[in-house]
Design a protein around this ligand. Sequence first.
Ligand code: SF4
Length: 356
Amino acid sequence: MTEKKELTNFSKEELEKEIESLGEKAFRVKQIWQWVYFRGVTDFMQMSNISLSLRQKLSEKYTITRPKVITEQVSIDKTHKWLLEFQDGERVEMVYIPEKDRGAVCISTQVGCAMGCKFCHTGSQKFTRNLTVSEIVGQFMVARDAYNEWPSPTNEIRYLSNIVVMGMGEPLNNLDNVVKALNIITDGDGIAISRRRVTMSTSGIAPRIVDAMEKTGVRLAVSLHAPNNSIRSQIMPINDKFKIEEVMKACSEYQRKDHSRYITFEYLMLKGLNDTEQHAKELISLLKSYKIRATFNLIPFNPWPGCNFEPSDKKTVEAFSKILDNAGFAAPIRVARGQDILAACGQLKSKHKKPN
Ligand code: SF4
């Protein structure tokens, strides 16, 4: 017997071809799509407006799989973390960060990460493989299952309202699958999350930034974390390959093409390393010299076991924020969430790898 194909790996166009190859009309795709991505069903037999013979054909050839939930933890601030396992036993973590009447799901794009950012607990786990389209989309569908947000809400009230592609991995190094996955997630016939509610964060793979943003149409965040090359190279090895200037040029090119888009610069506040008044001023002149319109996201560092950095003092972070703000760059200080369950930014890690 031939192995069943994973249906959620297909883009809509690819699914049309698959369905046509079964001798069916392409319009069936919309019906199947709505069952899978609007209603969230995983059993073809539940697709009641589709003929029994097609349901049987689909069941023979395809499968709709979710990543398996291995553990779940809910923090005292209601941040929810899942350890998910894929078919080959590889695992990633996913986090839901709830606000009052909405919330963001932080999804991963790779198992492990090759970027090796020194401050990142996630990055200390070595790169294993890219996630498939189905594995990326499947993460969000697990969250939807957990919060019973099927069928997709058709009004703006959604608990799972936003997606941040900021979990494990560098999305621009798995771009083809990420583009396909985001196209599925944002498709209006299914999950229908608006592209403006999706933010993709890169460590600064400069040559791919413009292309990635054109293909996905989502919001751009860049992990900057330093005002100059000498500090950035100390904490982000990728900076040896793509210097700050290249990243800035790519950002400015992106904004030249789409004037309405602000960029978010993620900036981790590390005591004594990147957090002085001088550093804030350097950042301002850097951005001004490339005419970049941006906001900063100042992130208090969440120490993890074995790390070599300390968080900046609260007063230092506030002063830093004020300097940027006075120069026209909004720089809110991110409130750390889920610290008690290591679910905060940069703390994700699939540490419970399946035992052999
Ligand atoms: S910060 Fe992002 S890019 Fe850097 S090591 Fe961590 S997961 Fe990878």
